[in-house]
Design a protein around this ligand. Sequence first.
Ligand SMILES: [Zn+2]
Length: 295
Amino acid sequence: MRFAIGDTTVDVIVDDDDFIAPLSEFFPGYVPELIAAHRGTLEPDFVDLARGLARFAIQSFVLRSGGRTLLIDCCIGDHKEIPEIPGWHQRRGSGFLDRMRRSGVDPAAIDLVFCTHLHVDHVGWNTLRDNGRWEPTFPNARYLFGRRELADWMAQHDAGRAPPIHARALEQSVIPIVEAGRADLVDDGYEPGPGLRLVPLPGHTGGQMGLVVEQAQQRAIFCGDAIHNPLQIFQHGLSTSSCADPQLARETRTKILAEAADSGRLVVPAHFRGPRCAHIRAQGGGYAPVFDANV
Ligand SMILES: [Zn+2]
């Protein structure tokens, strides 16, 4: 799947197209009546109300802009130890890199990799296993990690406080990049290319950042896990059980939606299935997604 934002082309490379989680566990406090009222928009791509499930994609975005190629988020990866999620544990032959090549993107042509945050489903393809070692997957890329995000996770890791699933992700997919000298630690406001800028999106994790594109009168924000599912556009106060600071995540999400409704900025979260992105319309004191093939 491909779309364009101004002069930037965006290819969506999917690693797991139907990851499911019980609504009641992943979205504590969701209002069933509100979701049911919008089931015509949310089903079948984003929820399965009969089974009480939310549906997600785990995917990367490849941006080609101004002669540079930027990969946003690195999904799950192969051969990773993730026993908490059997479908992701020691995966083999998932075909992610082949799908990338079929989209016309040579992994060797990736100039920059940007991880919005350092959760297990955003860092996996940073590395490949080679003779028992984790080596950078993209041989010519610099990897952009948020300075604060990495510091937060390393502090948790070194104190033994990081949840094991994320501690292992650091060990398999982040620390090897740092040790290989391939990481650039970046702060809010960093510009990875013309018309591209990193912005803070705290709450889901302490140091999550998004990427804003502003080119040729077109605007978008790649907002990672600030919004997981369109049901959080209808119920914008709804944070997830995986958010480190649900209140701050709520404030960040509300700000993204208000700005998008105001400016026409396209919202591109990490885990939307279907059209993968949405415009936002203010509606009745809240918000609604507008899914438009002609983004
Ligand atoms: Zn995620």
